[in-house]
Design a protein around this ligand. Structure first.
Ligand SMILES: Cc1ncc(COP(=O)(O)O)c(C=O)c1O
Length: 471
C-alpha cells in the first residue's frame, strides 16, 4: 500500500466509521450475547489470495463492525471499562503507522524516553512526584503482577538464581475486596494462592487493620515469611479505599513491601473532596494506575509507579548487547516483555490535549453522575442502594420485603441477564455480603443527566417485567 493509496483508504475508513457512529446512537450498545451469532457472521474462510482494501473494508462492515460493542457510548456502564477518547484513538493510528518497538533503547529511542516522561507526568497527575520511575504495562493485572514481582526482587534477590528452593512460603496480605489479578499473580509468581491472606472488611468494604495485624503475627509464629501488604485505592466492587495510612504503618512495623492498587481509583485523589481518603499512599513502595480506566486513554495502558526499581534480572543475551554510556533506560531489563508497544504515545496525546485540570473535571463529573443515578434510583422503595459508593461505581438490588430472599436473589440475577440480552444499556452484576447486586461503573465524560435518566428507565422496566413475572 503506497502513500496515496493509504490516504484514500484512510478517507474510506473514516467515512465508514463516521456513518456507523451516527447510526449507532439509535441501536443497542451490546451487539450480541450469543457466541454462535458472532461465529456465524465471521465465517471461517481462510484468506489464501489477496483482495482489495475496499473489499476488506466491506467484509469488516459486514462481519466485524456489527459486533463492536459501543464501549464509548454513555449507555455503557459495565465493568471498569473507560470510554477512551478520540485523541488517544488517533495516537493509536500514528503509533501503528510508525510501528515502533521499544524492545531496546536504540530500536526506538523516543519510545523509551517518552515512556519515562509520561510515567513522571502520571506520578505528578496523582500528586506522587516521588514515584518518578516505573513501567507501562498492558493492564492492571500485569501491573499488580509487576508490583508483586518487585516486592520479591527486593526481599529475596536470590530468587533470580535459585527460585523458591528450600524456602518457607512467602505470604501476601490484602482485603477480600482486592482484585482477582492478585490471586492470579500468586499463581504466576509461584507463590501459591494458599499463601494469599484475604482479610475481612468493615461495612465500608475497607480492610480490617487489626485482623490484618493478627494474621501477620500468626503467620510469623507459624514460620511463614510475610512479604507484602496490598492496599486498595478504589476496589472493583464498590470503589472502596482502604485506610492507606494504617496500612503504611503495618507495612513499616513488620518490614513489608507496601503495594497500592489504584488501577481504577487513583485519579480521584486529585479531587479536594477525596484527597484525604488517599493519604498514606505516598508511603507505598509501588502503586499502580490504569490510564485506560479513569484517565480515558484507549486500551491498553497501565502503569506501575515506583520510587526505586529493584533489579531482578541481571543478565542479557549477546544479541541484545549495546554499547551504553549508562544513560539509556531499558524497560525490557525489568519485565518479561521484550517487544514493547509504544503505549506512551496515546498517554502523551491525551494528557497534552486535555491537560490535568480537564481530566480531573471529567473524573469529578463521573462521580456526580453516579450520585445522580443513586438519587434517581432512591425513588424506587424496593430498590436497595448500597450506601458506600465513594467513587463512580454504584451497586443496587431489588429487595422487596414481601418476597423471600431467594425470590429477590432470582430477580437480581435475572435482571443482570435481561439487561444484557436487551442490550440497550450494559451494566453487570456482582456479589456483596453474599447477595447479588447490579453494578454500574461510570467513566465517560460525554455522559449527560438525560443518559442517566434513560438508564434508570431501562432498569426500572426490567425490574417491572421481572416482578410482574414473580407476582
Ligand atoms: C482495582 C483493580 N485492579 C486491577 C484491575 C485489573 O485491571 P486490568 O483489567 O486492566 O487488567 C482492575 C480491573 O477492573 C481493577 O478494578
Amino acid at each position: 500500500m503506497n502513500l496515496s493509496e493509504t490516504k484514500i483508504f484512510l478517507d474510506q475508513t473514516w467515512r465508514l466509521l463516521a456513518q456507523n457512529e451516527e447510526a449507532s446512537f439509535e441501536s443497542p450498545i451490546l451487539k450480541s450475547n450469543d457466541p454462535r451469532n458472532v461465529k456465524t457472521a465471521l465465517g471461517n474462510e481462510f484468506p489464501t489470495t489477496n483482495i482489495s482494501f475496499e473489499n476488506v473494508l466491506k467484509e469488516f462492515e459486514l462481519q466485524i463492525l456489527p459486533f463492536l460493542n459501543r464501549n464509548t457510548d454513555a449507555r455503557f456502564g459495565a465493568y471498569i471499562t473507560g470510554s477512551g477518547n478520540r485523541v488517544s484513538a488517533l495516537a493509536e493510528f500514528i503509533k501503528a503507522f510508525f510501528n515502533q518497538n521499544g524492545l531496546k533503547w536504540n530500536n526506538s529511542p523516543i519510545a523509551s524516553e517518552l515512556e519515562q516522561l509520561v510515567i513522571k507526568w502520571i506520578a505528578e497527575f496523582v500528586k506522587l512526584p516521588e514515584f518518578s520511575k516505573g513501567i507501562l504495562t498492558s493492564g492492571g493485572s500485569m501491573s499488580n503482577l509487576m508490583g508483586m514481582h518487585f516486592a520479591l526482587a527486593k526481599r529475596f534477590p536470590e530468587r533470580e538464581m535459585v527460585g523458591f528452593y528450600d524456602q518457607q512460603p512467602f505470604t501476601v496480605y490484602c482485603s477480600n475486596q482486592t482484585h482477582s489479578s492478585v490471586d492470579r499473580a500468586m499463581v504466576f509468581l509461584g507463590l501459591g494462592r494458599n499463601h494469599l491472606r484475604k482479610i475481612d472488611v468493615n461495612d465500608r468494604f475497607e480492610i480490617d487493620v487489626s485482623q490484618l495485624k493478627k494474621s501477620i503475627e500468626t503467620d510469623l509464629s507459624n514460620g511463614f515469611k510475610p512479604l507484602m501488604v496490598i492496599g486498595n485505592a478504589g476496589t472493583t466492587n464498590t470503589g472502596s479505599i482502604d485506610d492507606l495510612k494504617a496500612l503504611a504503618d503495618v507495612a513499616k512495623e513488620f518490614d513489608l513491601w507496601y503495594h497500592v492498587d489504584g488501577a481504577y481509583g487513583l485519579p480521584a485523589s486529585r479531587l479536594a473532596r477525596l484527597k484525604e481518603k488517599f493519604e498514606g499512599i505516598e508511603q507505598a513502595d509501588s502503586v499502580i494506575i490504569n490510564p485506560h480506566k479513569w484517565m480515558y486513554v484507549t486500551f491498553e495502558a497501565s502503569c506501575v509507579l515506583l520510587k526505586e526499581i529493584p533489579h531482578a534480572i541481571n543478565f542479557s543475551p549477546d544479541y541484545l548487547f549495546t554499547e551504553d554510556p549508562g544513560l539509556r533506560w531499558e524497560s525490557s531489563e525489568h519485565t518479561i516483555e521484550l517487544s514493547k508497544e509504544f503505549r506512551a504515545l496515546k498517554i502523551w496525546f491525551t494528557m497534552k490535549y486535555y491537560g490535568a485540570e480537564q481530566l480531573t473535571s471529567f473524573v469529578s463529573q463521573d462521580i456526580d453522575m453516579i450520585d445522580y443515578l443513586a438519587r434517581l434510583l432512591a425513588d424506587y422503595p424496593k430498590v436497595e442502594i448500597e450506601p458506600e459508593h465513594p467513587l463512580s461505581i454504584l451497586c443496587f438490588r431489588w429487595n422487596d420485603p414481601n418476597l423471600t430472599s431467594e425470590e429477590n436473589e432470582t430477580i437480581n440475577i435475572e435482571a443482570v441477564r435481561s439487561i444484557e440480552s436487551k442490550g440497550n444499556i450494559f451494566i453487570t452484576g456482582t456479589k456483596l455480603r453474599g447477595s447479588t447486586y447490579l453494578r454500574v461503573y461510570y467513566g465517560n465524560p460525554e455522559r449527560t443527566r438525560e443518559n442517566v435518566e434513560e438508564m434508570v428507565l431501562e432498569i426500572k422496566n426490567v425490574f417491572n417485567e421481572l416482578t410482574e413475572a414473580v407476582a
